[in-house]
Each structure stands twice: as C-alpha cells, then as structure tokens.
Ligand binder design. Structure first.
Ligand code: HEC
Length: 372
C-alpha cells in the first residue's frame, strides 16, 4: 500500500513536469543560444512557425534529449534528468501560438466530387502522399488534382472570438476539435458560405482543413484565422522555406574557395577558406587581397530571421595587416582557381606572364601569399 503511494507520487511528478521548472532551466542554459524570449540567436527561434526537427511534443523532447549532431545543440540527456527535459519541453510548448505539426495529405483523382467533405470521408480514403510541413503553413508543392487535407495542432495563447477569412479556388471545409467552423463551395451561392465565430480559450486544438477542386491549381487556399476581439491573426498560408534552413560554411581540413555576394567586398571576390579558420577575400579583377578575417566562417542565410534577401556575411575578426609585401600588380588577368590540400591556388596572368598565387595558412590567425 505504502509502496503504491510512493510510485503514484513519482509518476505524477513526471507526468506533470512543470513549465515553471522548465523556464528556470531555460533561463540558466538555453537562453544564451535561443534568446531570452525564445526568439533565437546562435540557435533557431523556438516559438516561430518553422521547426526543422519537428514541432510535436515528442519531436521537441527528442531534440532536447539527443541534440542535433554536428551543431552546437548538444544532447541534454547527458546534462539533465528526464523530468527536467520534460519540464523544458513543456515550457517551450507553453510559449507556442499558431499552427504546429502540420501534415499535408494528397488524395488522387476527383473521388470527393459531389460528396460532403467530412473527416470521416477522408479517414476512409487512402492518401497518395503524406508530408509533414516543417514551416507549419499551408502550401502545395505542385499542381495537384483531387483532394488535399491539412491536419495540425492549433496553439492559442490569446483567448477570444476567432473567425476564418479564407480565399479558396475549390470547396473547403474547416473543422476545429471536430466541429465544422467554415465551409465554402464555389458552385453554391455566397449566402451558403458558413464562417462561424468560434470562442477559443488558450490551449491546444485540433485543426482539420479539407479541400477539393475540379481543376488543377498550384495554390488553392489562402487566408488567416483572425482574432475578432483582441486583434492578431494566424496566417494559414506561406511559401516553402525548403532550402532556406540556416547554412554556414566553415573551413574543413582542406582549403575551400567560394564566391558569395557579401556587402562591402568587391563583387567577384573569391573567398578562400583555410583550415586555420582564416578567410582571405581575393579580388580577381585586380589581383589583390581586399579583406581577411581569422576565427571566421561564412553565414549564407543571415536573411532567415527577418525573411529578407540579405546577402551572405563573413563572421570573424578582421585581419588588418594584409601582407605589406603584396604590391598591386599593374595588370592581373584571372584564369582559374583550385585548392591543393590546405592551400588555395589562383592562376592568372600578372603583367602578361602566367603566375600561380598560393594562399596558405600561417599559424592560427594568419596566412601567406607566394607567387610562382
Ligand atoms: C550552444 C548553443 C545552444 C544551446 C546552449 C542550446 N541550443 Fe538548442 N539549438 C542550437 C542550435 C545551433 C540548433 C539548431 C540545430 C540544427 O541546425 O540542426 C538548436 C536546436 C534546438 C531545437 C530544435 C529546433 C527546431 O527548429 O527544430 C530545440 C527544441 C532546442 N534547440 C532546444 C534547446 C534547449 C531546451 C536548450 C537548453 C537545455 C538548448 N536548446 C540549448 C544551439 C543551442
């Protein structure tokens, strides 16, 4: 009897890992990389729509436990007991607002034509493809004929009266927690549009959007769920962020040469990444080194946090002494570049003669250039 009570107590403390405890640990450890308000920094934002490793409670728990190998996100199961990891996960979940765990299913053919669109009908039909959408927005990756279903969890933080404002090219029905809240059929008169006002408390709801159209469209449903009382809204559509996952280029054991658009350096510059983390920016138009940095890497996607089109940037400490011995050639004609082990070699004609300029690492914070 006594034993049972103890077991029951332990279980409750595990199942109800407190978000408050999670917040305390977050503020001791995670904020340095994920920001004091989960807005991101060195690590990604933990409260926006985009979840590279999955937004489900289990996926978030797995990421915290196992980390993301090869990144600064270490496996925290080696650092904290399981209850603390669950508390961290629950704190993160308590900070979410919007659609999460979005899964898109395609259904072939026009088999839903004429049938009322209900979750039961879709449940009883085999989907041809099911894809989790890490950006948690509704988008369709190719022209598809037939039915589409978007299932998600809806996290509401601000309670209020909400209503769907959608544009649809075909029939669309939306269910929240199993209740039909929106229904549109282009073949029916506008009066038949159902767009109920729903009272949502803060919490998590299941969201189910069912769609079917007679014609192929690349883009069929757009709009948002609008909070009529407190303002604010959840956008339902967005574009694919595939390919804009944060990307950094670091030096490896061998030299790398890349070309990137970087503010304030000459446009055609070759960035030579040396294994000692020195980056040398060589201008092939005039044969000079315009900039160099140590402890450096290239961030290809500084545009991600604000979704802008910002150019790549070099992160590192500038090297001010760019080799005084380097005199500017009177004429440089660039031919090609290559790498040889830890060195970058640039071929060109200097004052009409074939030359190879070798850029090599020198110590931990410097480089040398030799001409042959
Ligand atoms: C030293 C920096 C650093 C610290 C400290 C850190 N993280 Fe991370 N975290 C990262 C990076 C970088 C990534 C992205 C990994 C990738 O690119 O795959 C990440 C990813 C994540 C993700 C997955 C996000 C997604 O989009 O799927 C979660 C969840 C997460 N971290 C939680 C935590 C928690 C909780 C803590 C504190 C216990 C923590 N992190 C501490 C750097 C850090």
């Amino acid at each position: 009897m006594f034993k049972n009570i103890i077991i029951a107590t332990i279980f409750t403390s595990i199942l109800h890992a407190s978000p408050e405890r999670g917040e305390i640990i977050y503020k001791q450890m995670c904020f340095t990389c994920h920001g004091p308000n989960l807005e991101g920094g060195i690590g990604p934002s933990l409260n926006d729509d985009y979840w590279q490793h999955g937004s489900s409670p289990q996926a978030i728990l797995d990421t915290i436990n196992n980390g993301a190998p090869g990144t600064e996100m270490i496996a925290y199961k080696d650092v904290y007991p399981a209850e603390d990891i669950t508390a961290l996960r629950d704190f993160i979940l308590s900070q979410q607002a919007g659609f999460r765990e979005v899964v898109r299913s395609y259904y072939a053919d026009n088999r839903f034509l004429g049938e009322p669109l209900t979750p039961e009908l879709f449940n009883s039909t085999e989907s041809s493809k099911q894809t989790p959408i890490p950006e948690n927005s509704l988008w369709i990756d190719h022209k598809h004929e037939g039915g589409v279903r978007m299932q998600a969890k809806l996290y509401v933080k601000t309670p209020g009266d909400y209503q769907f404002k959608l544009n649809s090219h075909g029939r669309t029905v939306v269910y929240i927690d199993g209740e039909e809240v929106y229904s549109y059929d282009p073949d029916e008169p506008q009066e038949k549009l159902i767009s109920k006002t729903v009272k949502l408390k803060s919490g998590t709801y299941s969201f189910d959007l069912l769609h079917e159209s007679k014609k192929r469209h690349g883009w069929r449903v757009s709009g948002s769920l609008v909070n009529l009382t407190g303002g604010g809204s959840f956008r339902l559509h967005g574009s694919s962020l595939a390919g804009s996952i944060p990307k950094e280029i670091h030096a490896g054991p061998n030299a790398k040469v890349i070309r990137k658009w970087i503010r304030n350096i000459p446009p055609r510059s070759l960035l030579c990444l040396l294994p000692n983390k020195v980056i040398v920016s060589f201008n092939p138009e005039d044969g000079t080194v315009s900039h160099a940095w140590h402890g450096a890497f290239v961030n290809q996607t500084p545009s991600l946090p604000d979704r802008s089109a910002a150019p790549s940037e070099v992160k590192g400490s500038p090297i001010s002494d760019l080799g005084k011995s380097l005199s500017k050639p009177t004429k440089f004609d660039f031919i090609a570049y290559e790498t040889q082990g830890d060195k970058a070699v640039i071929h060109g004609r200097v004052d009409g003669k074939l030359r190879a300029l070798t850029i090599a690492p020198n110590g931990s914070q410097s480089f040398t250039i030799t001409t042959k």
